[in-house]
Design a protein around this ligand. Sequence first.
Ligand code: SF4
Length: 497
Amino acid sequence: MTKKTTPIKMSKSRYTRGLTCLKSLWLVTHHPELREEYDAATQACFRTGHEVGEVAHQLFPGGTLIPYENMSYEDQINMTQEAMKTSKVIYEAAFRFDDVFIKADILRKSRQGWELYEVKSSNDAKDYYQHDVDVQYYVIDGSGIKISKAFIVHLNKEYVRESDLDIDELFVAKNVTKVTLERQGQVKKEIARMKRSLRSKEPKIDIGPQCDNPYKCDFKGHCWQHIPDNSVFDLAGNGVKKFDLYEKGIVKLEDVPLDILKGKQRQQAEAALDKKVIVDRKKIREFLDSLHYPLCYLDFETFTSAIPLYDGLRPYQQVPFQYSLHFQKKKGGKLHHAEFLAQPGVDPRKELLNQLLDDIPENACILAYNKSFEIDKLKKLAESFPRKKKKIQNIIDNMVDLIEPFRQRSIYSWKQQGSHSIKKVLPAFVPGMSYEGMEIGDGGEAMEAYHEMCALANKPRKLATLRKALLEYCKQDTLAMVKLLEVITQKARRKII
Ligand code: SF4
């Protein structure tokens, strides 16, 4: 087979990109070097999509796979044509029509024609998935193949794994044939519009809501260069419409007329103007009064898997695999530290829970930053290990949320830029302590590192490096809480901040 590749102008993903923003389609075609690199979360999405797609093949086993590695588009199209003569199920079938190349996740032959299945790795059928089906139908139909039905296949969020995977229960297929047929005329027009745009100069399209909806565009680094720090787009929460301000030429936060802002947005703008820290000492003292000793600082790291890995798990259920726990037995006492990081490739829940229950002193007060996350994981552990339910409930009952003083703006620094994420709050109040430069810098990277550990079980040196980075990251999270509580305590004492 030849490896020569005929250049194509459009694909399924470029079609959906073009629907969102013609400039994005133009840039990816003519200036792909301006794209941002994929972050850990995006890479994880790609990996998940691939895994789910492969598992979904088992819905209709025994089919013919059209590979793509070392294959030109022509090779893939020709191979598909051959497979359609003998096979009743084809995975990754390739077609081209009207300069658009597509690969269909699953095609299944029925008496009425071929059924098209578009597999999505999410827990529901989002509206914008329909565009993927529309363009595939258009290309396959244009190639002279009759499609009798079209489906969007997604994961069933109610499915709970028990022993072997039940593939029929794991997936849900939504019949979208009618709406797909209705939209075919529009697909033809859109493709013509995109091809015209690609032949012309770069489209003059300004930044807008499309830059983050339905996905964060990978050209934001290029298109948003003119937006400074502390801009209207840093205004947190609901209130003024940011793009309305931008269209009026108001970009810097300091240029926003204060009288049009309310509540937290006004507080944020005022703090940014004067570069100040706002402290409500009464509220902070109330918060401090809600704590007792022994005092613990707890943080979980979790992984998710679209395909449940162990019994009792649903698709995308978050499973704790690591925790860090700092604790003080009495006020001003020595700071102790305990931690757990699971061995890769085994269900971590039982071992993690047993050690956690040993590490947390009885009736201790437990601080978490955004405690609903930790409480949700503890409740799921209680469901899986009902004998431990009472002890777990005791922990939940004693949890206090350290995010609250920051979320309620009882304490707020202009440096937080409207965010109460610990990643913004920590450097704002504890100079010299941040997540910058850490091997693992956020929960998404921690999850990726754990998945990597599971894939590298026979590479001890790499495993040791990942373990060290994970332990450092999680420890940083609870140490950050210790430092933030010290800051809050100091601020509560001072009269003028
Ligand atoms: S960042 Fe926004 S304006 Fe720029 S290409 Fe992407 S969607 Fe279009």
